[in-house]
Ligand binder design. Structure first.
Ligand code: F6R
Length: 608
């Protein structure tokens, strides 16, 4: 992953580079660094860990150059040490890189044979040495980069700085995003428009295979064949203000609490509240009656949103749905049928596996719809139809509000499909839309149970493992609950279909095992109660998330019963997501972990 930035400025750029890196920390925060041209020298400052360490390094040993590049890292090759931190440099070139150079071993061996000496364990450093080798052979910087790029296999966004060339920066993209920012006598490169927003809103996105030669006044873009390419310049709309935590202790807490509002905004974009009808923001370029099968692909939390949606499409539109994690779809060479529909779901819109799945589906001739939160993202730009979620910037690494907004969009789409296929009547549509309209209010009611969850978190924090169980649409929510808990509290957790318990995981249950059962009072409630009995009989500590009827009908003793508002059963995951998220959040707070930036993770996963 990683975030990269480059500035050809009119004054010292180190501070601006750091300002920009702060906005890219969602892409990784293992280490950070900047390089500037100080007169005729390339100078670097790098530090392990969060950006504050780099800031401290810079305040003790400042840089004053007007041309510079910066990087925040999510380690792929080599530990997150200072020597592996970017920028990587040789005598004449410094580079920052986002992505993976897959053939770095062979390139490194070749370069070492020719006398290059490496200072890091990274894949990135080979690029610096490769370019350096061409410079030493008398190539210009531009020709050296041009000769090097075809030798790189893998995904990358790169920014290059050259000793002795104060008015030059080169950028290149293949697979990983890179944008040019146009300033007044200044030029910028950045992983996204958000990184550049404090300096400019005039943005040109490079396309795959493009590379650009920048000076302070002009940027010349070349495509992968070396021909000059013209790419559209847009106004980005990204806010120049860093989103703040308001009065919350963590972004995650703020984002959990924002759900009433953002799910409501998303709802308002997809339904006509007065008529109680679905009103999609864009006309779909296909008819659901012509679609034989839907293929939903996503990663992590977004894939669980897709998993819930599978139940909705099957039930409301009677459509066959396949759900895949994106990293699997592509390599198992799934036989997709031309003319069918592929839906990809992604908060960031930059997840490498999801993007690859989208491209795979496009290549097979499917219609593509993306459900994304960042409308300027690569996935949004490359899909046939974009259905935006209106969650606003999600900063906490653990996805919360994007998930419920994804569910809202998918619910609206499933109803639209059911209606178009004649599976739902006008009355049905109005009934289901009526249920969606209730959701923001129900989320607000669910948030009111926070004090109870806060107390419960004290118990969960003492556990070494937690099981989550659910049936129907509560099953993917159980998976999501387990993911959320493990990623921010580091407590091992697993989610299971409640009926699967007896096929293995029941062996884990003893008095020390909390079992979170997600069971709204719906048509499978009684079955789930039977599974709870099995847990109780083996001494497991049940935490039941249900509604008032469920609480009175459940005949099993529980450690805690979390009573959520009564609601119609179809769209319960959007409301039951709240206690699931709160439980993970408060447990992590008790454990004292870095809730918003948990170890080893990054917000945008742009490597395979
Ligand atoms: C978990 C989480 C991740 C993301 C996944 C996909 O809380 O945030 O599992 O859901 O990395 O990211 P996007 O949605 O950006 O494609």
């Amino acid at each position: 992953m990683c975030g990269i930035v480059g500035i050809l400025g009119r004054g010292p750029v180190a501070e601006q580079l750091v300002e920009s890196l702060k906005r890219l920390e969602y892409r990784g925060y293992d280490s950070a660094g900047v390089a500037t041209l100080e007169g005729d020298h390339l100078e670097r400052r790098r530090a392990e860990g969060k950006l504050k360490n780099l800031e401290a390094r810079l305040s003790g040993d400042p840089l004053s150059g007007h041309t510079g590049i910066g990087h925040t890292r999510w380690a792929t090759h080599g530990k997150p040490t200072e020597s592996n931190a970017h920028p990587h440099a040789t005598d004449n070139v410094a580079i920052v890189h986002n992505g993976i150079i897959e053939n770095f071993r062979e390139l490194r061996a070749e370069l070492e044979q020719n006398g290059a000496s490496f200072a890091s364990e990274t894949d990135t450093e080979v690029v610096a040495h490769l370019v350096e080798s061409h410079l030493k052979n008398g190539y210009s910087p531009q020709d050296a980069v041009k000769a090097s790029l075809p030798r790189l296999r893998g995904a990358f966004a790169l920014a290059f700085l050259f000793k002795g060339h104060n008015d030059l920066m080169i950028g290149a993209r293949k697979g990983s995003p890179l944008a040019i920012g146009h300033g007044d006598g200044e030029m910028y490169l950045g992983s996204d428009a958000i990184a550049l927003a404090p300096f400019t809103d005039t943005i040109t996105y490079l396309e795959d295979g493009d590379w650009v030669v920048l000076t302070r006044t002009i940027g010349v873009i070349y495509d992968s064949n070396g021909a000059v390419a013209h790419r559209e310049t847009l106004k980005s709309g990204a806010s120049s203000f860093l989103v703040d935590r308001a009065n919350y202790r963590h972004f995650m807490a703020k984002e959990i609490h924002e759900q009433t509002e953002v799910v409501g905004q998303t709802l308002a974009r997809y339904v006509d509240m007065t008529a109680k009808r679905i009103a999609l923001p864009f006309e779909l370029p296909f008819d659901f009656n012509d679609i034989g099968r839907i293929s939903i692909t996503a990663c992590g939390t977004a894939s669980y949103a897709g998993h819930v949606a599978k139940y909705w499409f099957e039930r409301l539109a009677r459509m066959p749905v396949e759900i895949d994690v994106a990293s699997e779809l592509r390599y198992r060479e799934a036989p997709l049928r031309k003319g069918d529909l592929a839906i990809v779901i992604s908060q960031s819109g930059e997840t490498a596996d999801t993007l690859a799945a989208l491209r795979y589906a496009k290549a097979q001739g499917l219609h593509t719809v993306s459900v994304v939160n960042v409308p300027t993202s690569t996935i949004a730009r490359e899909s046939e139809t974009v259905l935006p979620t209106l969650a606003g910037p999600e900063i906490g690494v653990a996805s919360t509000k994007a998930f419920t907004c994804q569910l809202m969009v998918m619910a609206a789409l499933a109803i639209a499909a059911g209606k178009e296929r004649g599976e739902l009547s006008d009355i049905d549509e109005m009934k289901f839309v009526g249920e969606l309209i209730e959701v923001p209010r129900l989320i607000a009611a669910a948030l009111a149970i926070e004090p109870q969850i806060e107390k419960l978190a004290l118990d969960i924090a003492k556990s070494s493992a937690v099981l989550y169980l659910g049936r129907g649409t509560s099953f993917p929510l159980a998976l999501e609950g387990a993911l959320k808990l493990k990623e921010i509290s580091y407590i091992h957790a697993e989610g299971y279909a409640a009926g699967e318990l007896k096929h293995g995981p029941i062996a884990l249950i003893d008095e020390s095992m909390p079992v979170v059962v997600i069971a709204p009072y719906d048509r499978v409630f009684e079955k789930t109660v039977s599974n709870m009995q099995e847990v109780a009989a083996r001494g497991g500590n049940i935490i039941l998330m249900t509604d008032a009827t469920g609480a009175s009908e459940a005949t099993v003793d529980s450690l805690a019963t979390i009573v959520l508002p009564d609601m119609a059963s179809t769209f319960t995951p959007m409301v039951y997501a709240i206690p699931v998220q709160l439980l993970a959040y408060h447990t992590a707070v008790v454990m004292g972990t870095d809730v918003d930036q948990p170890r080893n993770l990054a917000k945008s996963v742009t490597v395979e």
